[in-house]
Structures are given as structure tokens and as C-alpha cells.
Design a protein around this ligand. Structure first.
Ligand code: NAD
Ligand code: WQD
Length: 342
């Protein structure tokens, strides 16, 4: 199959690209490198020993995008590209609607022009909002509580309307829980710009000495130890979930929303302890006030992914932490500073 991957240089995209190449698909990456480093793609090339196309294209540039998609003629598009920081989406909502929503509309138009009828979309558990029950299953009401989450919700609806125009169209709306971990080689991994917003990259930078200590946001939540509980999923499992979605789309039509999570949750203190055990490093921390907008706890009902895609997460917290430490200790500065586009 010919698989076009938007945002393929990013954290989840680069791991999925590797899985796609290992499965003998032909791949093309579209990325503007606004939140990634071209070296990630060089490393995927080395690890896979397979060629693939790279287009430095911005999703909002309709004519360049149409040209790139038409030139590759994909069977399926896997759409990761977009902005993902919740706090930034509150201070710059229009930028999020422009890049995420408008960018996706441009992509669907380019796919129509090239006759491509199948898409796998990076949605998020954040579309569910405050849990009305747990675990979240795909029928849980959708009430995202920040602009980032609303872009994911609106894009899901736009893709549903797009798919309804042609019975030959198919879409997988993959709702990721909390992706962590790195490829087993330690050559590619998560490398956020600036101070990380998310727990695992923050822990890794404390362990490697780039940051002094972790702030634990709240210890008075309604959980066993009082700290927030999340469903952390290994990025390698997530990449395999995309392959399963690609395989399913080869015969499946219509739109399916699917959770990609493990089905169980871990607290912040459990994550710190697991990382210390896996790395042999201390992770100093201090209890800090709650972070605005955080929820006590949530985790996935992963059964639909198993029924529909035949996929389950396989890797546990030890493997997640070991792989992060392998990546961070081999690459204390990640991919390095330049030449990121923005
Ligand atoms: P990432 O920032 O590492 O990757 C996104 C990639 O898209 C980057 O390479 C960036 O340069 C590129 N990009 C951004 N805007 C673009 C544009 N306008 N045109 C072309 N390229 C553009 O993020 P990630 O963690 O790999 O996430 C991938 C997708 O998964 C995103 O859509 C994100 O919202 C979603 N998601 C991520 C998480 C998470 O915790 N990492 C959880 C749920 C969903
Ligand atoms: C996990 C836990 C924090 C940092 C976010 C987005 C979500 C999705 C994944 C894209 C919480 C605690 C964190 C720190 C801490 N992204 N924490 N100290 O908030 O579950 O989800 O990323 O779709 O949309 O909202 O993940 O890693 O930020 O936090 O104590 O420095 O760690 O309070 O309990 P979150 P996270």
C-alpha cells in the first residue's frame, strides 16, 4: 500500500513511519517541521533501511499540499500533523483552529483531488471531557473542555461528513490516551521544544539532569495516592495500532472511532517510582498546586480496538520507562537545537 503520513517527523508519526516501512508499505511524509527535527527522518531511514519520500509542506498551503498528495497518489493517509498543547490552545485558539481544523479541510480536499478515500486520524481521549463514567468507551458523550480538544472533536465531525459523501470512503478516528516511550533502539523518541508540558518527558529531563525537579500537580485528587491517574500507552503499541487501522481500512468502509489505550491507569507517584526503578536515577519532586483543567483520573475501555482491529497494547510500564531512559540517556539533548522550522 502507498501510505502518506502527515506529521511523520513528529513523536508518534516517526514511530508509526518505522512500523509502516517495516510492514513493507511505501511511505511519504508531509511535515512543516514546526515541532520536529528532520534528523528524526534521517534516523528512521537508517533504522528501516528503506527509502521514503519527504515533502516539507504546510497543511495550510492548499496548492502545495494538493501537489504533494497528487504526486504520491496514496491509498491511505495517516494524519498526525497539527498542534497539541492544551495551554497554548487556550491562549492562541485561532491558531489551533487554523492549523488543526483548516489544515484537515485542506488535506481532505487534496485527498479528494487525488482520489484517495481512506484516512486514519489522530484524535485524542481529550474529546470525552469530564468522565461521566469510567472507563471511557467510544459511546461516552463528547464534551471537550479546551480549544485543543474541540479541534479534535470538530475534525472528527468533519471527517464523518466527508466520508458520508461516498460509500467507498473510510476513516478511523483513533482516540489516543497518554502516549509515552520510545523506539527500542533509543534512536527516536519524544523531544518536546522548551520545557515539557507532559509528565513523562519532564521526568526524563529531571533524570538526565536538564531540569532540577518535577512538580507533582496536586496530591488531593480522588485517587488511591491523591495524584492524577492516566492510561499511559507505549508509542510502539500505538504505532502497531495504526498499522492495524491501515489493515482494517483495506476492506472496511464508513467511519469508526476507536480508543487506543491499555485499559488501566497509573498515578503520577507510580510513574515516578517506575521510572526510578527502570533508570536507576533519582527523580526529585515536590508537591505543587493542581494544574488548571486537570481531571482526577481516566483510562480507556480498549475492547473495541480488539474487536474491530484485532489490536491490543502489549507493553507495560517497565518497558515504557526503560525505552524512555534508553532514548534520553543516549540523546541527552534530544535531536539537538536547530534546524527546526519554527
Ligand atoms: P508532534 O508535535 O511531535 O508531531 C506533529 C507533527 O506535525 C510535527 O512533526 C509538526 O512539525 C507537524 N506539523 C504541525 N503543524 C503542521 C502543519 N500545519 N503542516 C505540516 N506539518 C505540521 O505531536 P505528536 O505527539 O506526535 O502527536 C501527533 C498527533 O497525535 C497530533 O495530532 C496530536 O494532537 C495527536 N495526539 C497526541 C497525543 C500526545 O500526547 N502526544 C495524545 C493524543 C493525540
Ligand atoms: C499526566 C498527569 C498531571 C506534568 C495531555 C493532554 C491530552 C493528551 C495527552 C493530546 C496529570 C501530571 C504532569 C507535570 C504532573 N494530548 N503532571 N507534573 O494532562 O493527561 O494529557 O497529554 O491529545 O489532551 O491534555 O497528560 O502528561 O500532561 O499529565 O504532576 O509536570 O501528570 O497533572 O495528572 P494529560 P500530562
Amino acid at each position: 500500500m502507498r501510505i502518506l503520513i502527515t506529521g511523520g517527523a513528529g513523536y508518534i508519526g516517526s514511530h508509526t513511519l518505522l512500523s509502516v516501512l517495516a510492514a513493507d508499505h511505501q511511505a511519504c511524509v508531509i511535515d512543516n517541521f514546526s515541532n520536529s527535527h528532520p534528523d528524526a527522518l534521517t534516523r528512521v531511514g537508517r533504522l528501516s533501511n528503506r527509502p521514503f519520500d519527504i515533502h516539507q509542506t504546510d497543511l495550510r498551503d492548499g496548492s502545495a499540499l494538493t501537489e504533494s498528495v497528487a504526486a504520491f497518489r496514496p491509498d491511505i493517509v495517516v494524519h498526525f500533523a497539527g498542534l497539541k498543547a492544551v495551554g497554548e490552545s487556550e491562549s492562541h485558539p485561532l491558531s489551533y483552529y487554523e492549523q488543526n481544523v483548516f489544515g484537515t479541510i485542506r488535506l481532505l480536499q487534496a485527498m479528494d483531488a487525488a482520489g484517495c478515500r481512506s484516512i486514519v486520524f489522530s484524535s485524542s481521549a481529550t474529546v470525552y471531557g469530564t468522565p461521566q463514567y469510567l472507563p471511557y468507551d467510544e459511546a461516552h458523550p463528547l464534551q471537550p473542555v479546551n480549544p485543543y480538544g474541540r479541534t479534535k472533536y470538530f475534525i472528527e465531525e468533519i471527517i464523518r461528513d466527508w466520508a458520508a459523501t461516498d460509500p467507498a470512503k473510510g476513516a478511523m478516528l483513533l482516540r489516543y490516551f497518554n502516549p509515552v516511550g520510545a523506539h527500542e533502539s533509543g534512536q527516536i523518541g519524544e523531544d518536546p521544544m522548551g520545557v515539557p508540558n507532559n509528565l513523562m518527558p519532564y521526568i526524563a529531563r529531571v533524570a538526565v539532569g536538564r531540569l532540577d525537579r518535577l512538580q507533582v500537580f496536586g496530591d488531593d485528587y480522588d485517587t488511591d495516592d491523591g495524584t492524577g491517574v492516566r492510561d499511559y500507552i507505549h508509542v510502539t503499541d500505538l504505532a502497531e495500532g495504526h498499522l492495524a487501522a491501515i489493515n482494517c481500512l483495506q476492506h472496511h468502509r464508513g467511519v469508526e472511532a476507536v480508543n487506543l489505550g491499555t485499559g488501566s491507569g497509573l498515578s503520577v507517584l507510580q510513574m515516578i517510582a517506575a521510572f526510578e526503578a527502570a533508570s536507576g536515577k533519582d527523580v526529585p519532586y515536590a508537591i505543587a498546586p493542581r494544574r488548571k483543567g486537570d481531571i482526577d483520573k481516566f483510562w480507556a475501555d480498549p475492547e473495541r480496538a480488539h474487536r474491530l482491529l484485532g489490536w491490543r497494547a502489549r507493553l507495560g510500564i517497565d518497558a515504557m520507562c526503560r525505552s524512555v531512559w534508553n532514548w534520553q540517556s543516549q540523546n541527552p539533548d534530544g535531536y539537538g537545537e536547530s534546524p527546526r522550522a519554527g
